[in-house]
Design a protein around this ligand. Structure first.
Ligand code: HEM
Length: 469
């Protein structure tokens, strides 16, 4: 599909797409209801299409072949789009926002932290943190409603903090959480601001961000410096980042890089996973038949015991449910790239500088690969159905060399949290207004979701069991 392999006489100028309003294009429709607009686009614009977004022409990729081309085959020709500049106040020069050689080096240095022994250690952190959260839920008066989004976001952030800093986070977790939440909130408000004046000292958001950034920096630099002085980097994620050395130069990361990568992991490591988990609990509450199957499988595989890594592999139906939930609610619903040089995709010219929209939300609703796309059906992920579908029809973690580095981390966390919470509780939604989806950086329920959690094993009998043991 690249320019080198295509007969240039057959290249078409511009792909089809909606006309939109003069000057504004489709901007107003998208701003009003982004998910509704793109759910319709999934059925309407197959392959490559051109969306007029203000004065820009954004190319939407809606086929496994076009996605594979941009994410894998010709990925070097596609850098992160200028949209990522809006995320720099959050991520600095961390791995999400950087490109080229700096990105390659950082990715290489960070990869080992997300595999093997390191991931196994993180699994233990997840089990302990989930257990602690279960205790707080048990202490809540019976029948008292709580916001699942708040609770799971707290848990997810606790997991990533502990994975990064181990015990160094103790006593400072509230301050870290407050700073991270504030920075995400400011960043999200800036995403839609046109013109964006919030990077000027006249905007209160500018000052909120600066205060949060300064508070977080103070903590992170302090933890890093203590580690460096102690001569013991530690074996948590931060320890791995501190010890990582470029194989060619032997150099480690600078203090600023360490700060930026740490902040990047604090943010990317909890938001998306928490939202995915909340949608899983929502789905289970809406579909008692599926919830019963998930529960039966847990009973069969590990009963009341804390799930081991081997158990997680055996929880195949649960994994299918999680995958189907992330098809319908892919937390990172859209990401974007910009063509560095001219290219050709699907027979259409892609001039250098073109912005490309890579949207898990759109491809996950393309009816060619997902018949009746709005219907929830975990069986879509049964082995035989999966084998008959092109790989790039499902991209919740994007794909290719710039896929999500935390994919295994996220899947493990989702399985551990869903398993342990299901073992401990029957979670149910309380009557409330219809749940609205909100899509900014992540897809999440607009005002959270109110739940109650009834203990599966009454507290008295647990005391009895542990006393007997
Ligand atoms: C369900 C949870 C998650 C989802 C759906 C998700 C999704 C994604 C997607 C779609 C990308 C590509 C972004 C782009 O190209 O702009 C990405 C990148 C990334 N994710 Fe995740 N993510 C999740 C969890 C995590 C976790 C738990 C971590 C870390 C602990 C993490 C760290 C990262 C990083 C550092 C990148 C940038 C990788 C690079 O550019 O090389 N993510 N993620």
């Amino acid at each position: 599909m690249s320019a080198t392999t295509v007969d240039t006489t057959t290249i078409r100028h511009a792909p089809p797409g909606p006309k939109g309003l003069p000057l504004l294009g489709i901007t107003t429709q998208v701003r009003k209801d982004p998910l509704g607009y793109f759910a319709r686009a999934a059925a309407e614009y197959e392959g490559l299409s051109m969306l007029p977004v203000g004065l820009d022409k954004v190319y939407l990729l809606n086929s496994p072949a076009t996605l594979k081309h941009v994410l894998v085959t010709n990925w070097r020709n596609y850098r992160k789009s200028d949209f990522y500049n809006k995320l720099r106040p959050l991520f600095g020069e961390g791995i999400v926002t950087n490109d080229g050689d700096l990105w390659r080096r950082q990715r290489q240095l960070m990869n080992p932290a997300f595999h093997g022994d390191s991931l196994q250690r993180i699994g233990q952190v997840m089990r302990t943190a989930t257990d602690e959260k279960i205790s707080t839920w048990r202490n809540r008066p019976a029948g008292q409603a709580f916001n699942m989004s708040t609770e799971i976001t707290e848990l997810s952030l606790a997991i990533v903090m502990e994975s990064l800093f181990a015990s160094d986070a103790k006593g400072r977790s509230d301050a870290i959480a407050h700073a991270v939440d504030t920075m995400i909130e400011v960043c999200e408000r800036r995403v839609w601001a046109v013109p964006d004046l919030h990077n000027l000292p006249v905007s209160p958001l500018y000052w909120r961000h600066r205060r949060a950034r300064a508070a977080l920096d103070e903590i992170v630099f302090d933890i890093i410096e203590r580690r460096l002085h102690s001569g013991n980097a530690g074996n948590d994620l931060l320890g791995m980042l501190l010890s990582a050395r470029d194989p060619e130069t032997g150099e480690g990361m600078t203090l600023t890089q360490l700060r930026d990568e740490t902040t990047t992991l604090l943010v990317t490591g909890h938001e998306s996973t928490a939202n995915a988990a909340v949608w899983v609990f929502y789905t289970l509450a809406q579909h008692p038949d599926i919830e019963a199957k998930v529960r039966d499988e847990i009973d069969r595989v590990c009963g009341n015991a804390t799930p081991t890594d081997e158990d997680l592999r055996k929880l195949t139906y649960q994994r299918m449910v999680i995958e189907e939930v992330m098809r319908l609610y892919p937390p990172a619903w859209t990401v974007s790239r910009t063509a560095i040089e001219d290219d050709v995709i699907d027979g259409y010219a892609v001039p250098a500088g073109t912005n490309m929209m890579v949207s898990p939300f759109v491809i996950h609703r393309n009816p060619r690969y997902w018949p009746d796309p709005e219907r929830l059906d975990p069986m879509r992920f049964a082995p035989e159905q999966r084998e008959n579908r092109p790989k790039f029809a499902y991209i919740p973690f994007a794909g290719g060399p710039r896929n999500c580095i935390g994919m295994n981390f996220a899947m493990m966390e989702l399985q551990i949290v869903v398993t342990m919470m299901t073992q401990a509780f029957h979670t149910k939604m309380v009557p409330q207004p219809p749940i609205e989806r909100e899509a900014i950086l992540s897809i999440r329920p607009k005002n959270g979701i109110q739940f109650v959690a009834d203990a599966v094993v009454p507290i008295d009998s647990q005391i009895f069991t542990s006393a007997a043991a």
